[in-house]
Design a protein around this ligand. Structure first.
Ligand code: ATP
Ligand code: MG
Length: 243
């Protein structure tokens, strides 16, 4: 039992949730270490949505709302942490929700799909094929889903697949707390924020942005600026850490 007055309450509850989902086969053991890397970077941005992250979240909403075939790609950690937020983003954006896993087993795919459905998402499933040019199992996807997407949001992505999707001509939105990862560097748009803070902001922006707002955000998109702002934020906190 984690006491609610513990200073790291939220983080401890999140870890407990991930551990429980690892035991039930939704999260891969490796996903626990991936979360740890994310937590370390979250410390460095002060565990809050920075101004540049909010700009990235609004831009992501503009990209999803103007897409012809938007897709939300979900892995085990994303489902464990944010199944309801995924359902909310789907309702606001009309995007397809499709499961894509690095540590892929049919059993894990089914468990994640069930968890998403229980949270209210409509999951695009069915026959997957090895369609992406990758030697690992993230190559598996559906022809009418991810393979045909023009805009794809990939929380907690692997660098290889992000690169492959961009090379296929897709616009890729990454949610990644590490601005130095290959994913962050290769994506069309990178949101350097924690997943459960980022998704509700994107959903809100999907509902609130006017057509003129979208146009303005899309024409001003500059991922180099967004990454450099995230790195500047982290550098500033580190250099003032002992003030
Ligand atoms: P890459 O393959 O892109 O170079 P990586 O190998 O560091 O990156 P992966 O293990 O493939 O990363 O994916 C995990 C990534 O997700 C990490 O970069 C981590 O910072 C980030 N991450 C983990 N948990 C969260 C979270 N809750 N919110 C946002 N980002 C997260
Ligand atoms: Mg990786």
């Amino acid at each position: 039992m984690i006491p609610p007055d513990h200073p790291r309450y939220r983080s401890l509850v999140t870890r407990e949730r991930l551990a429980e989902c690892a035991r039930s086969g939704i999260v891969a053991m490796e996903g626990l270490t991936a979360h740890g890397r994310g937590e370390a970077f979250d410390y460095l941005i002060g565990e809050r949505t920075t101004a540049s992250a909010l700009l990235a979240e609004q831009t992501a909403a503009a990209m999803l709302m103007t897409a012809r075939r938007p897709v939300i790609s979900v892995n085990g950690n994303t489902a464990a942490l944010a199944a309801h937020e995924i359902a909310g983003l789907q309702a606001a954006s009309g995007a397809l929700v499709e499961v894509n896993l690095f540590h892929r087993t049919e059993d894990r795919v089914a468990r994640i799909e069930n968890l998403l459905r229980e949270a209210g998402a409509e999951v695009f499933s069915g026959e997957a094929e090895r369609l992406l040019p990758l030697s690992h199992d993230r190559a598996w996807c559906r022809r009418e889903g991810m393979f045909s997407a023009d805009v794809i949001i990939v929380p907690l992505e692997d660098g290889d697949r992000c690169e492959a999707l961009v090379a296929m001509g897709k616009k890729v939105i990454a949610v990644d707390l590490n601005p130095l990862s290959r994913t962050a560097q290769r994506a069309t748009l990178t949101i350097v924020d924690e997943l459960t803070r980022a998704l509700p902001e994107i959903t809100r922006a999907c509902r609130e942005l006017s057509a003129a707002d979208r146009e303005r955000l899309l024409s001003a998109t500059d991922n180099h600026y967004l990454l450099s702002e995230a790195i500047r934020e982290m550098t500033m906190r580190l250099s003032h850490a002992l003030d």
